[in-house]
Design a protein around this ligand. Structure first.
Ligand SMILES: Cc1cc2nc3c(=O)[nH]c(=O)nc-3n(C[C@H](O)[C@H](O)[C@H](O)COP(=O)(O)OP(=O)(O)OC[C@H]3O[C@@H](n4cnc5c(N)ncnc54)[C@H](O)[C@@H]3O)c2cc1C
Length: 395
């Protein structure tokens, strides 16, 4: 009898489709390294961080030491890894907590990517190596209180004053805002929307923490205020005008979410499966009831399909074939399904599902933010809708 004998071979309860076999040794190593970090550093602390609404700033240096910050960028101290390896890191970080993955996404895919893609050589050399090591933290200011899904109407302005720029206005809901050393800020100018590097010690710059969030609590979210901040002429990104500047960055961060959401989903599914096998009611494990199995199987289907989708889009990205519409497809599907998996898991845990003793309700609440940021599910629906119908239905 060989090991391939059909009656003996059974699919794994989590990686049912053997997706692990589709990864290279190097990709697997990245995944295992990040998973080990999450197990030893994040999981023992995350419930308390979430409860206290806190995330330690030094986490930046720890993620930097692992090479996870801007890991898909090349040069300037960045690891230059593949899109799939970066995606796997996002998945494992978000299996810990969406707030931790958000930290890495905002640093690497929004702030660092913006510098890498649109910055001048001196902006890159000044900031990227320090940001890759986590010594400097970055944030990305696009959203304003009155302009979320439609940032084109933003009111933050930058106007010339001699050779300098004067930046005025405010940004809202900015991840890492209060702990950032550098804010990448998008503002209206006479010549259209432009990006600026705003060091946090610039006079007139301040960040106010947004309190009372019930989602992404282990993540700093801030309002940024610019009160006539004087910036030197070379603070501007030289070559990009208009929303294509920030949208290119958002596409990178959205790509990480395609994977990350499946990390949160996996954590919920694994928790629910273990719980269902251990919890007994009516003299049986609840996993033995048909209705529980229905839930677990539905979760397994979407977890494996979503992970396969992430891997497929990742391989497309590594071949230079992933379009923003593909990323929208992935973000829309995977966050929606992850949220559904989290809700199903919550119900399997019964009353225990509403406490921080288990990760499920934390993931569930976090995923509500993930559904909204980096383009809401409605916006991604309209992006895919426009792609297949040829009609834009945004306005
Ligand atoms: C925890 C957290 C962290 C964030 N971090 C950052 C950050 O680091 N940097 C940053 O710039 N922003 C950040 N954001 C902001 C985020 O990107 C916005 O919340 C998002 O773009 C949606 O904007 P809004 O909240 O103003 O909602 P709105 O745009 O007001 O949308 C409200 C509802 O209306 C729907 N809607 C809007 N327009 C349409 C339309 N044309 N058709 C159909 N439905 C529509 C939306 O889909 C949504 O359901 C963060 C948000 C959160 C919650």
């Amino acid at each position: 009898m060989t090991t391939l004998d059909p009656p003996k071979r059974k699919p794994g309860p989590v990686d049912f489709l053997e997706l692990d076999a589709l990864l290279s040794d190097e990709e697997r190593l990245v995944q295992q390294t990040v998973r080990g970090f999450v197990q030893s550093r994040i999981l023992p602390n995350i419930a308390s961080w979430f409860e206290e609404g806190h995330v330690p700033k030094e986490l930046g240096k720890e993620l930097g030491a692992l090479g996870l910050l801007g890991m898909h960028l090349t040069g300037y101290g960045c690891a230059g890894s593949s899109a799939v390896a970066y995606g796997l890191a996002c998945l494992e970080l978000e299996a810990g907590d969406s707030g931790v993955r958000s930290f890495a996404s905002v640093q690497g895919s929004l702030a660092m990517f913006a510098l890498h893609r649109w910055g001048s050589e001196s902006q890159k050399t000044q900031w990227l190596p320090r940001m890759a090591s986590g010594e400097a933290i970055g944030c990305f200011g696009l959203t304003e209180a009155d302009f979320g899904s439609d940032p084109s109407g933003m009111r933050t302005t930058a106007r010339r004053d001699g050779a300098d720029w004067l930046l005025s206005g405010s940004k809202m809901w900015i991840t890492n805002g209060g702990i950032a050393d550098l804010a990448v800020v998008w503002a209206q100018t006479e010549g259209g929307i432009r990006g600026f590097c705003v060091p946090a010690d610039t006079r007139g710059f301040s960040a106010n923490a947004i309190h009372r969030k019930l989602s992404l609590r282990a993540s700093v979210t801030s309002e940024l205020i610019f009160d006539e901040c004087r910036l030197p002429a070379d603070a501007i990104f030289p070559d990009v005008i208009g929303l294509r500047g920030p949208l290119a960055c958002l596409n990178e961060a959205r790509y990480g979410i395609v994977w990350g959401a499946m990390g949160a989903a996996r954590s919920c599914y694994e928790t629910a499966l273990d719980y269902a096998k251990a919890r007994r009611q009516f003299d049986k494990p609840i996993a033995a009831f048909q209705l529980t199995q229905q839930k677990l199987v539905d979760m397994l289907l979407e977890l494996n399909k979503g992970t396969l989708l992430a891997l497929h889009i990742g391989r497309m990205k590594d071949r230079g074939r992933a379009l923003p519409q593909h990323v929208s497809f992935g973000k829309l599907n995977n966050v929606r399904e992850a949220l559904d998996i989290a809700r199903q898991a919550r119900s399997i845990l019964g009353a225990n599902g509403v406490t921080l003793e288990y990760p499920v309700i934390r993931h569930m609440n976090n995923l509500e933010s993930v559904l909204t940021y980096e383009g809401t599910s409605e916006v991604h629906t309209l992006i895919v809708g426009e792609s297949i119908t040829g009609s834009a239905a945004f306005a």
